[in-house]
Design a protein. Structure first.
Lengths: 192, 191
């Protein structure tokens, strides 16, 4: 029975789903129904330590770098329009393989070419993040982003994180008007 | 040995910090790194008599009334963003100077303008409230607001209360709907 979180809320994955090993982080949004450029939303994951920063650019998992070096995080590919039912982009995580120095997997979504297309998250409908137990295909938790129009072009949807030896998930829904650049810099990526 | 409290947790001051005379309530959080209104957390204290209410509005110690009339409680000032290392706000309580008719001091944390800004503790990074024994600067109890009060906007952290000649601390960690105004009203302040 999936738990629905509100912004700021968190749950223990270890308590709700003991023995959870393989998690699918699914992200979805509605395809554009009005005229104009399609919304091309891109999921990414920042693997960060206690500093809140990545160890290297290799800890930034996105459409051009699909797999973490340890193999614990895998992005399943780019969806450019939001077409299709169910999750539009997803990331698979093997919890046991996440290196012990990694404390949080920050799951973010950015709007591709937001500036050029004049788009922001306020225009996107039906955005959500959910966690699914890959072994049973059960949805564990879901966070529906239902914000008023906002000017952000990059958004942290949620975080999978360690706390007191448990894995937890927090619904974040906070972002950056500065897009992927601001998001990446905030997490320690070397951006030109 | 600082105790990290879970929601509903409880500690006995007389066991954890016997003979404590001066206690500092510290509130801390990280500056917002994402866009939007900054997080402005406020610490407050209510001096309560045996009816569980303040004797007058002067018993409500907060950013706009930093000192109690008898000087036993002192708020160190409003921090509006969480900038700075360590505790961002603190309230110092000199237990020996607390008037005899005050039975309890309730310590609370609220988010300024939470409703308007649509914020809660879970959105803030690393928000905590703690009690420190000023003698030796040892932490007695701590509550993780970001983690354990995540969907709340105001919280009664704990109570320092008299018991058979000792001061004791009871951790409450209970959310309070509505913010500082309703919270103050709840303790008998004229808002």
């Amino acid at each position: 029975m999936a738990i629905s979180l509100q912004k700021g809320g968190n749950i223990s994955l270890s308590k709700t789903t003991p023995n959870l090993k393989n998690v699918l982080i699914g992200l979805g949004w509605d395809a554009r129904s009005t005229s104009g450029d399609d919304f091309d939303l891109d999921a990414s994951v920042f693997m960060v330590g206690s500093s809140g920063k990545v160890r290297s650019d290799a800890d930034f998992i996105f459409y051009n770098q699909l797999r973490s070096t340890c193999g614990s995080v895998e992005h399943t590919g780019d969806n450019r329009t939001g077409d299709g039912d169910g999750d539009d982009e997803s990331v698979k995580v093997v919890l046991d393989k996440v290196p012990s120095v990694i404390e949080r997997l920050v799951v973010a979504v950015t709007i591709h070419d937001a500036q050029a297309r004049n788009q922001n998250f306020g225009m996107v409908r039906g955005a959500y993040i959910r966690l699914v137990n890959i072994e049973t295909n059960d949805e564990i938790v879901r966070f529906d982003l239902t914000e008023d129009a906002s000017v952000e072009t990059a958004m942290i949807f949620g975080e999978v994180y360690r706390h007191n030896n448990e894995w937890k998930f927090r619904a974040v829904g906070q972002g950056y008007a500065g897009g992927l650049h601001a998001l990446a810099v905030a997490h320690g990526i070397n951006v030109q | 040995m600082a105790i990290s409290l879970q929601k509903g947790g409880n500690i006995s001051l007389s066991k954890e910090a016997p003979g404590m005379k001066k206690m500092i309530v510290g509130l801390g959080w990280d500056v917002r790194s994402t866009d939007g209104d900054g997080f402005d957390l406020d610490a407050s204290a209510f001096l309560l008599n045996n009816t569980g209410k303040v004797r007058s509005d002067a018993d409500f110690i907060f950013y706009n009334q930093a000192k109690s009339a008898d000087g036993s409680i002192q708020h160190a000032g409003d921090n509006r963003t969480g900038d700075g290392e360590g505790d961002d706000e603190s309230i110092v309580i000199e237990l020996d100077r607390v008037p005899a008719d005050i039975e309890k001091i309730s310590v609370c944390v609220t988010i300024h303008d939470a409703e308007v800004r649509r914020q809660n503790f879970g959105m803030v990074s690393s928000a905590y409230v703690r009690c420190v024994n000023a003698d030796g600067n040892t932490e007695v109890a701590r509550f993780d607001l970001s983690e354990d009060a995540s969907v709340e906007t105001a919280m009664i952290f704990g109570e320092i209360y008299r018991h058979s000649g000792d001061w004791k601390f009871k951790a409450i960690g209970q959310g309070f709907a509505g913010g500082l105004g309703p919270l103050a009203k709840n303790f008998g302040v004229n808002v």
